[in-house]
Design a protein. Structure first.
Length: 138
């Protein structure tokens, strides 16, 4: 049996993380569109003290960022650019407790997405990326 070289298997492992993370960002965006609706999301934003119109660019950033991660387009930069979006989401849910299924949602899901996004920035794009960029390596 032939084993995959570590360098190659690591790159494919990073790809699995990148694609999974992208899918989760897309799912988070589609939740706003298909479940809560964008006008409903805008109302929620207002109830939390944010301008309601921010629901629309947040939805777009999450959706387009998720698609870019799945494809591997500037994945390192996109993953880091998405962190502030989820950090704000986490701050909104801190008072609700740990479990995201708690009333009004918990904070673990947005914190996990934030940490995973930072990890992807540190790791790189992985294999099968449309554009591999290590120019901004830490």
């Amino acid at each position: 049996m032939t084993s995959i070289p570590l360098k190659s298997s690591t790159a494919y492992g990073i790809t699995l993380i990148r694609v999974s993370l992208g899918v989760m960002w897309i799912a988070h965006a589609l939740l706003k569109l298909l479940v809560f609706t964008l006008p409903g999301t805008a109302q929620f934003f207002q109830s939390e003290g944010f301008p309601g119109f921010l629901a629309y660019p947040v939805f777009a950033v999450e959706l387009l960022g998720g698609i870019a991660l799945v494809l591997g387009m500037y994945a390192r930069q996109i993953s880091m650019a998405l962190v502030p979006v989820m950090a704000v989401a986490a701050s909104v849910h801190f008072g609700n407790g740990w479990v995201h299924t708690s009333p009004n949602g918990g904070w673990e899901y947005p914190v996990f997405l934030s940490i995973a996004s930072v990890a992807l920035w540190l790791l790189g794009d992985g294999a099968l990326a449309v554009r591999v960029s290590n120019r901004f390596a830490p």
